[in-house]
Design a protein around this ligand. Structure first.
Ligand code: C5P
Length: 308
């Protein structure tokens, strides 16, 4: 018999949207989406331990603004933990440590990654064996992007983004992420979009994107990328449009806003090309850049660190 672990660590990835098509707001205020998510190699790591009450502690890479993340019961990881406990009728709580590598309010679903990681970690810590179906349903109650953070890889998202279907992706893609010091508010971006595009068409994913993913060619993928929130974000933040131009001048195959921004993404041909583009961006004064592979796995338990 194996004893339950006294702590569990889970890693969850950032997401980008290869296509983000946004319809007119629904009666609940959310926007119907047709999107293709891709999980990229930028992560939050989360560790849970049983505790008498809920608490969260935060650490992070130098470009992550931790001051914008609540360290109270408002934190989405604690909300995820409470939801999982309630679902199983348990009165248990945990201490949660989060090490963030995903920028806060960066359009890369860092909060959603933490929620997904908390669900997976606490499910293991408490040996609950929640079914995938139920875990995905719980995830959807926490945020539109949380189910995808569980699934990872590349997937179509529909509904308000919470309905995910894995997709064939034969590519070994490389992206350069250009982060911003100042975040953008997702609700504000959607509100600006409603104002600028009062009658958007029904959102659909273009076939060319699915073909490009199955084919694995970066030039084909470049032609199929698109984000309906990009024009709104670039109008509000001209520095982002300028960063996109710099990346294209630096030789990137395409530039794309990540989600609701402000992270700007540059598609590259391979790892070497990504390193070159990242170096060029740094030389042009963009000091917060990272080259990342995609697609990567969704939230997964990390092996225990070996005891010396
Ligand atoms: O679902 P989530 O909590 O991540 O959404 C954050 C905010 O983004 C929502 O409150 C809403 O304003 C906006 N949103 C939206 N339509 C979506 C997803 C998010 O309007 N499909």
């Amino acid at each position: 018999m194996t004893l339950p672990p006294d702590q569990v660590s889970v890693r969850a990835p950032a997401k980008i949207n290869l296509q983000l098509r946004v319809g007119a707001p629904r009666s609940d205020g959310f926007h119907p989406l047709a999107t293709v998510y891709q999980a990229v190699g930028l992560y939050d790591d989360l560790t849970v331990r049983e505790a008498a009450e809920w608490s969260v502690s935060l650490a992070g890479d130098e470009w992550v603004d931790l001051s914008a993340v609540p360290d109270t019961g408002e934190n989405i990881a604690i909300r995820a933990g409470r939801a999982l406990a309630a679902y199983h009728g348990l009165e248990r709580s945990a201490r949660i440590e989060i090490r963030k590598g995903i920028p806060v309010a960066g359009g890369m679903a860092g909060g959603s990654a933490d929620a997904a990681a908390a669900l997976v970690a606490l499910d293991r810590l408490w040996d609950l064996r929640t079914s995938d179906h139920d875990l995905l349903a719980l995830a959807a109650t926490l945020g539109s992007d949380v189910p995808f953070a569980l699934v990872g890889g590349t997937a179509v998202g529909s509904g308000r983004g919470e309905l995910v279907e894995p997709l064939t992706d034969h590519g070994e893609w490389w992206w350069v992420c250009r982060f911003s010091q100042e975040g953008l508010s997702t609700p504000k971006m959607y509100a600006d979009y409603d104002r600028d595009v009062p009658c958007p068409p029904e959102p659909v994913i273009e076939e060319a994107l699915l073909d490009a993913l199955a084919g694995g060619d970066a030039e084909d993928l470049a032609d199929a990328l698109g984000n309906d929130l990009q024009a709104v974000a670039f109008a509000r933040r001209p520095d982002l449009a300028a960063a996109a131009d710099d990346g294209l001048d630096a030789g990137a195959v395409a530039a794309l806003l990540s989600g609701s921004g402000p992270t700007v993404l540059f598609l590259c041909r391979n790892a070497d090309h990504a390193r070159t583009v990242a170096g060029e961006m740094i030389a042009r004064g963009h000091d917060r850049v990272a080259a990342v592979p995609a697609p990567v796995a969704g939230a997964h338990v990390l092996p225990k660190e070996p005891k010396l």
